[in-house]
Write a protein that binds this ligand. Structure first.
Ligand code: F6P
Length: 531
């Protein structure tokens, strides 16, 4: 599709002059002081969530120009092409149809295929969850990247919905410590292994799958057909491995967009068929929002536009995700793959080198833990790092007082980032810990906060399968939005291939000790390792 890249538009030039004019001096404190309607103007309701964008460095002028940018880049046309199943992943000549996986029966492309697998998988799920009959007590998902991070994020997030008699374990790393620490606590007769791999060739997953099978047999396991199941597009390879029960999916499901497919099997085993369908339902509602809401009220579009504004005009290099919900402890890792594998690219769709920056670094930890680790840098460091706070109104525990403290902490951090503390205020404070020899104005400098540090707050009423589905779909579309504006292919991942190929060359060398032709550093390190 021939659509302009962001930097070839009039809006881009207008954004540049706006930024270089008043835009870069924007101050959140002044913006709130001068506009009592700022909060109401910059909140967005979307399925499953309420978003406060008002603590971002945006005003009506920058917002209008960013929406102009989306229009000039023909974002809506690109979005519609993706949703209709055009082969927008051109370097792999594939459609990008994770949205079809959550479309209701009879709607969306490939509906019969999608619902055929889903029905079969959910029937299987219910049979395993009937633990007295199945005898299964532990599920071990063996997969990596997109075949791991989605289930690994969603199962703890939905802990309140998880079958009380089932334990869930995730093995991803080729490092043998990973699988051995899991298997140590298990018994073959009670264990179900899910071998999750789109390709069924990934080195780490295959190594762990073979290790699991060897452990199973060595420890008296008798019926591998009952205790091993595969989720893959490569049914033949799964059969060759000796697996009879396989739930398939298709090449138009990208690995990092695959938790809605058979790759979501551990999630479905954890929360059951109805809840898994509710998760798909929440994602579908977000898809409808993305497809139909006007750009100015379209949450994933607005967040994607702010991401471009920050990355390309403000020059912010990273974004921190702070979920104030312990269940979302793996959300930052999940988002790292979603965003950085999708948008960590340096050429456009036509192969031209990009003259601007793309994916930021995405990172974070659950609140309040992050506050006692790296928030110091967010408040007083030399970099400005936008923070995304995720707050959930109703917890699933009954420790009401702790929940109030949690929410107050999240609100306070966003407030502190924005308000900061002026030096005059710091001067007025007593600083009892400072050395007597230190002049008061020097002490005050250490206790000053620059403020004007942006954040977004996403509020969920409850963390449920439905709202989690909507949340993850929202992030997918947001990543798509910034990728589309940058004119990149957000759906390939050639960047992971070179290391895989070089590892293929080094492996036999590790056995033979042959370092000939290697660079001096790799050769020297290999010699030390083999000594
Ligand atoms: O890390 C690269 C990658 O291709 C990811 O995109 C993918 O999610 C992961 O490897 C696992 O691949 P597979 O599901 O084929 O084992």
């Amino acid at each position: 599709m021939n659509t302009p890249r962001c930097d070839q538009t009039q809006a881009w030039a207008a954004l540049r002059s706006h930024y270089e004019g008043d835009g870069h001096q924007f101050d959140l404190r002044e913006a709130f002081a001068s506009d009592p309607g700022r909060f109401d103007a910059l909140v967005v309701e979307a399925p499953g969530m309420f978003a406060d964008l008002s603590k971002n460095r945006i005003d009506a002028a920058s917002m209008k120009l960013l929406i102009d940018l989306a229009r000039e880049c023909q974002l809506e046309k690109r979005r519609d092409a993706m949703l209709a199943g055009a082969a927008i992943n051109t370097t792999e000549d594939r459609a990008v149809l994770h949205t079809a996986l959550r479309a209701p029966r009879g709607q969306g492309p490939f509906s019969d295929d999608v619902h055929g697998v889903l029905d079969a998988m959910l029937a299987y799920v219910e049979s395993v969850r009937h633990t007295r009959a199945s005898g299964i007590r532990h599920i071990v998902n063996i997969g990596i990247g997109g075949s791991d991070l989605g289930p690994q994020m969603a199962v703890p997030a939905l802990e309140a919905f998880v079958h009380p008699e089932l334990g869930f374990h995730f093995v991803s790393n080729v490092d043998g410590h990973d699988i051995t620490s899991v298997l140590r606590h298990l018994r073959p007769a009670e264990t179900l292994f899910v071998i999750a791999s789109k390709t069924f060739t990934t080195q780490e997953t295959m190594a762990n799958a073979h290790a699991a099978k060897a452990w199973f047999v060595a420890n008296g396991g008798t019926d591998t057909t009952k205790h091993f199941v595969a989720t893959t597009t490569n049914v033949a390879a799964a059969a060759e491995f000796g697996i009879e029960t396989t739930f398939g999916f298709w090449d138009w499901v990208g690995g990092r967009y695959s938790l809605w497919s058979a790759i979501g099997l551990p999630i479905a085993l954890a929360i059951g068929a109805d809840n898994f369908r509710a998760m798909l339902g929440g994602a579908h509602e977000m898809d409808r929002h993305f497809a139909t809401a006007p750009l100015a009220k379209n949450l994933p579009v607005l967040l994607g536009l702010i991401d471009v504004w920050y990355r390309n005009f403000h020059g912010f290099t990273s974004r921190s995700v702070a979920p104030y919900h312990q269940g979302l402890k793996r959300l930052p890792a999940y988002l790292q793959q979603l965003e950085m594998e999708s948008n960590g690219k340096c050429v456009d769709l036509d192969g031209n080198a990009l003259p601007f920056a793309t994916s930021p670094v995405v990172w974070g930890e659950p609140g309040t833990n992050g506050q006692h680790a790296y928030f110091q840098m967010l408040h007083q460091g030399t970099d400005v790092i936008p923070v995304e706070f995720l707050l959930v109104k109703h917890p699933t525990h009954d420790l009401a007082d702790q929940h109030t403290k949690l929410l107050a902490n999240g609100l306070a951090q966003a407030q502190a980032l924005m308000l900061g503390k002026r030096s005059s205020q710091a001067m007025a404070e007593r600083a009892p810990t400072a050395a007597k020899s230190l002049a008061p104005e020097i002490v005050a400098r250490h206790r000053t906060f620059p403020g004007n540090r942006p954040s977004t707050t996403l509020l969920l009423d409850r963390l449920t399968p439905h709202s989690l589905g909507a949340l993850i779909a929202m992030y997918e579309h947001r990543v798509y939005t910034s990728g589309a504006l940058w004119g990149i292919n957000s759906f390939d991942q050639w960047g992971v291939e070179l290391g895989k190929a070089l590892c293929g060359d080094l492996l036999p060398r590790m056995a033979s000790g042959n370092t000939e032709g290697l660079d001096a550093s790799t050769a020297g390190l290999m010699r030390r390792l083999l000594d």
